[in-house]
Design a protein around this ligand. Structure first.
Ligand code: PLP
Length: 390
């Protein structure tokens, strides 16, 4: 069967996988090895005389290949690369695309570590980042110069759920030689396909929905064959590779991605509606609510609205902490995309590295609470939040 024409659920189960030709093993084997015994191949010229398809796990491993082939097909990209974490995916793309003197234009609301990487680490290498409010693509256009080599967007943005118009930004980038890279962690390829909207590459924290069970770290880069080949070379040289067991966990998680995403999304909508009517809640940020300022854009570029939402509790830090200490089912933890509902306080947890003034400007207030809605029964999540708010 031509898997490229199959539906998402079929691709998620079968892409990249086939029974082991040696043993018939149905499940993908975990090739837990650092190195591969090289075979003499007299057909090959002397320099590559002793080779197999794999040489050393830092440069590639058959379990990683299964994950990479599955992700490339799910995303509709030519190729994919597995990395040790989402941050390894992002940093390896940056090291591939940028050199001293180049500039990044980035949406201003980002996962905290991505923001700090751009703001603190990249300038040491001579790469400056211009942060713009990307909810208005004209800001991207105005910031574009001949030094811009990458436009980076995270949409929906962590934690404010701002939406960036991927097609509009990609069209702006077409006027330059900047590559558009989208962090699609919140949506996954099941709900949002940035490359179909014109982006050049997509990055993921596979730690979240792709693996889906909160038990592993991982990252993915998807793009054209040539781009991924270049990023693979950077990765082999910089060392942020995944390991066979983590790759295997992500392969397993991906098989149920669509089922989980639909449940996360259905639950998040129920919780968003509940919170938006609650007397202790000032506002709810969820793209699925008509009150979200970019609800129409979200409907256009996303197939559904996903499992993450944020809300601002009336009061501030004290009220937020009091509420978070009272939850019983929801777990107070950073990360997201887990089967369990996780609750966190961006201002003092995931986004604490952002200076207070900038954080407040971005809307990450002291009363803002982020929820990663799990796949429990929505009513149980609501009952728990309700008793904590009371
Ligand atoms: C949107 C987003 N991108 C990237 C990352 C970084 O991923 P990792 O923790 O796997 O390095 C995170 C982590 O929370 C995230 O939320």
């Amino acid at each position: 069967m031509n898997l490229e024409k199959a539906g998402f659920f079929t691709k998620a189960v079968h892409a990249g996988e086939k029974p082991c030709p040696l043993t018939g093993s149905h499940a993908t084997p975990i090739y837990q090895t650092s190195t591969f015994v090289l075979k003499r191949n007299v057909e090959q010229p002397p320099t590559t005389e002793w080779r197999t398809a794999y040489i050393y796990t830092r440069a590639g491993n058959p379990t990683h290949t299964v994950l990479e082939e599955k992700m490339a097909i799910l995303e509709g990209g030519e190729a994919a690369l597995a990395t040790a974490s989402g941050m390894a995916a992002i940093s390896t793309v940056i090291f591939t695309l940028l050199k001293e003197g180049d500039q990044i234009i980035s949406s201003d609301t980002l996962y905290g570590s991505t923001y700090t990487l751009f703001k603190e680490i990249m300038p040491k290498l001579g790469v400056k980042t211009v942060f713009v409010d990307a909810t208005n693509p004209a800001n991207m256009k105005n910031a574009l110069t001949n030094k811009t080599k990458m436009i980076f967007i995270e949409t929906p943005a962590n934690p404010t759920m701002d939406i960036v118009d991927i097609r509009a930004v990609s069209e702006i980038a077409n006027e330059s030689d900047a590559k558009v890279v989208v962090d699609n962690t919140f949506m996954t390829p099941y709900y949002q396909r940035p490359m179909e909207l014109g982006a050049d590459a997509v990055v993921y924290s596979a730690t979240k929905y792709l693996s889906g069970h909160g038990d592993t770290l991982g990252g993915i880069v998807v793009g054209s064959r040539n781009f991924v080949m270049e990023v693979r070379r950077t990765l082999a040289l910089t060392g942020g590779v995944t390991n066979p067991f983590n790759a295997w966990l992500i392969v397993r998680g991906l098989k149920t991605l669509a089922l989980r995403m639909d449940k996360h999304s259905e639950n998040a909508m129920a919780v968003a509606k509940f919170l938006s009517e609650h007397s202790k809640v000032k506002k709810v940020l969820y793209p699925g609510l008509p009150s979200h300022p970019q609800h129409e854009l979200a409907k256009k570029q996303m197939r559904d609205f996903g499992g993450i939402l944020a809300f601002e509790i009336k009061g501030g830090m004290k009220e937020a902490y009091t509420m978070m200490e009272k939850v019983k089912l929801c777990r107070c933890a950073v990360s997201l995309g887990d089967t369990a509902t996780l609750i966190e306080h961006p201002a003092t947890m995931t986004h604490r590295m952002i200076p207070q003034e900038e954080r407040l400007q971005l809307g990450i207030t002291d009363g803002l609470i982020r929820l990663s809605i799990g796949i429990e029964d929505s009513n149980d999540i609501i009952v728990d939040l309700d008793q904590a708010l009371k």
